[in-house]
Design a protein around this ligand. Sequence first.
Ligand code: ZN
Ligand code: ZN
Length: 390
Amino acid sequence: MVKSNTMNGEAAKSLENRLVGIRRELHQEPELSNEEFETTRKIKRWLQEADIEVLDLPDLKTGVIAQIGTGKEPIMALRADIDALPIEEEADVPFRSKFAGKMHACGHDFHTTVALGAAYLLKEKEHELQGTVRIVFQPAEETGHGARDVMNSGGLEGVSVIFGLHNAPELEVGELGSCEGAITAGVDRFEILIRGIGAHAATPEKGTDAIVAASQIVMALQTISSRRVSALDAVVVSVTRISGGNTWNVLPGTVELEGTVRTLDVEVQQRIPETIRQIIEGIGASAGVSAELKWYPGPLATINDAYWARFALDTAKESGFITKVVGPSMGGEDFSYYLQQIPGAFVNVGSGSPYALHHPKFEPDEAALLPAAKFYERLAVRCLNELNAR
Ligand SMILES: [Zn+2]
Ligand SMILES: [Zn+2]
């Protein structure tokens, strides 16, 4: 159970009610990546109602960065993501999404609310802060580009440490997990275009069969993790789409494959496209077809700084959480862009949802909102104290 810290019971209850209201309002009106215009307006309004400064960042089309404290260094940042997913909600709640085919199925409404809660708590003790806290409401996490847009907006200039959080359905409310090193995977996407020569299905020898070549490629790609990369390095190669042919008696001239590669180590990640190329070109040559790889690099693995990961876990313990060391997930998170340039850590806060992230019935427990906001607040205060003591 999470202990309440300095707030009295009544103030805590009133803040909790406010946060639940905010979360439900966000939940009902989800907006997809880079379309978070209304969400941005709401966040700005909620910040300005509490007299919290909002940075003027013309390059940030959606998303907000708030600032609390002295306005001087040291500066630390807390991040929340704000976008929703193209999923039709099936959760049985009275505040269900009003927009067909859009849903906060990853809990970014939860994260936004937690960061707002932390902002309110920090604003109350602004005069005590030994530096500046920037609270980043980041757009477009789901498409993997929002963090880069935030970095390019200039809103993180001078930031020495950054923290991010994601709700974790597999953890109970009151549990918080993190780890040193990789916590989420590098996420790349690929397409492979196989060009053969179409033929009558009865006379395959008169063409070159793209379907058989594609089948061999799908199987051979699985040898990357078992034969081409050390057993100690994690790699997942998943082919998620095969498109080719449109009837039963014609061999098509082309087949397309699409899929994703997940890795925890940047060096391994960088080797994979060349390995795929070798495999598909070799199979292509033996099958008499051409095979072309299109590689779409996505976020790198999120690598937690060891010191700040421990610091976040210690802060969580102080805030009354049960802390856990959680293993890396093969899912992706564009928080990795920040950690490539700014030290910090990413943590998972238990949300006790019976359904997983991105599930149409995903529903985080709102009892997790206030404790997570208090944790974020304490993390900011402790972090500034720590930076001042250096
Ligand atoms: Zn997601
Ligand atoms: Zn998410």
